[in-house]
Design a protein around this ligand. Structure first.
Ligand code: GTP
Ligand code: MG
Length: 201
């Protein structure tokens, strides 16, 4: 993978690693925890609880009816993209009743991946609004489920009202390489933005 221009010139020395906080956001049940699990280099920390029957209506389980767990606080994982860049992944809770956590959760985040299930586009509207409100640069990742219709990406972009410069990509959250590609897309997007500081912390 070529991330030239993202690295500093010269050989990286020990301790020259940049650590970047990246959010994995998106609507309820769009695959955030699945993505953090598949892509993390370490055993991720997850805070899942059993989804109660009582919440089934509230949580609109259409398309994810076999879902039994939901993230109540956050998912945490870590992935080294290359010798000099380490991403710390923070997966957000999907249920609206936990969204009050979001302000604090986004502090220091350099960017976000917003997961979208194309069978339930509306479930990610609020997450996209939240990125815009908090001014966090993001990319849209369409998590493909077996019964997802094969909409052209540009149609989804229009439906979600996503600006042309923001990448919209399809992927499979269960697949490590596919999830990693989404993170690389985000990093490239961040790099393309002016005045993004990716200095070591
Ligand atoms: N077929 C398919 N199933 C998936 C995929 N990603 C996630 N799933 C399943 O979809 C369900 C939802 O995934 P989660 O990773 O729990 O979604 P989440 O966004 O973390 O959900 P909340 O924390 O409740 O918002 C689970 O049953 C997963 O096994 C995918 O890419 N393809
Ligand atoms: Mg989750």
């Amino acid at each position: 993978m070529d991330l030239n221009g993202f690295d500093r010139p010269g050989r990286p020395t020990a301790g020259d690693t940049r650590s970047v906080k990246v959010m994995i956001a998106g609507g309820f049940g769009t695959g955030k925890t699945t993505m953090v699990r598949s892509v993390s280099d370490i055993k991720p920390l997850t805070t899942e609880e059993t989804l109660t029957q009582a919440s089934a209506d509230v949580d609109r389980l259409i398309g994810v009816a076999d879902k039994t767990q939901t993230t109540v606080s956050l998912d945490f994982g870590k992935i080294s993209i290359n010798d000099t860049l380490m991403l710390y992944l923070f997966g957000t809770p999907g249920q609206e009743r936990f969204w009050f956590l979001w302000n604090g959760l986004f502090k220091g985040a350099l960017g976000a991946v917003v997961l979208v299930d194309t069978r339930r586009l509306a479930s990610s509207f609020r997450a996209i609004e939240e990125m815009e409100r908090q001014d966090v640069p993001f990319v849209i990742a369409l998590n493909v489920f077996p019964d997802s219709q094969d909409f052209p990406v540009e149609e989804i972009r229009d439906a979600l009202d996503i600006a042309p410069h923001i990448p919209v990509v399809s992927f499979d959250a269960r697949d490590r390489a596919s999830s990693r590609d989404v993170l690389v897309t985000l990093i490239r997007h961040l790099k393309d933005r002016p005045a993004v500081a990716l200095e070591p912390r």
